[in-house]
Design a protein around this ligand. Sequence first.
Ligand SMILES: [Zn+2]
Length: 83
Amino acid sequence: MYGYSCEYCEGKVRERIIEKEVFRHYKGFVMLENVPVGVCDRCGYRYYNSSILKKVNEIADGKQVPVRTEPIPVAPYIYEMAS
Ligand SMILES: [Zn+2]
């Protein structure tokens, strides 16, 4: 699925199975499990195969039913000044 050269450096994009990856969609967030993500072995840039993005779109559009829905915890990042 990957194995091509990185667009941003001399590295090579290698497939890595990510246990949980959250994708942002204009309709909300979609989490995929065990996603084969392409990760550059030098700069770490992530590539997503079009079949992954298609699945995210289909779930977000309601064309595919998600296995389950999980609430995502949200917290503001509060900068703590060193005292
Ligand atoms: Zn790279």
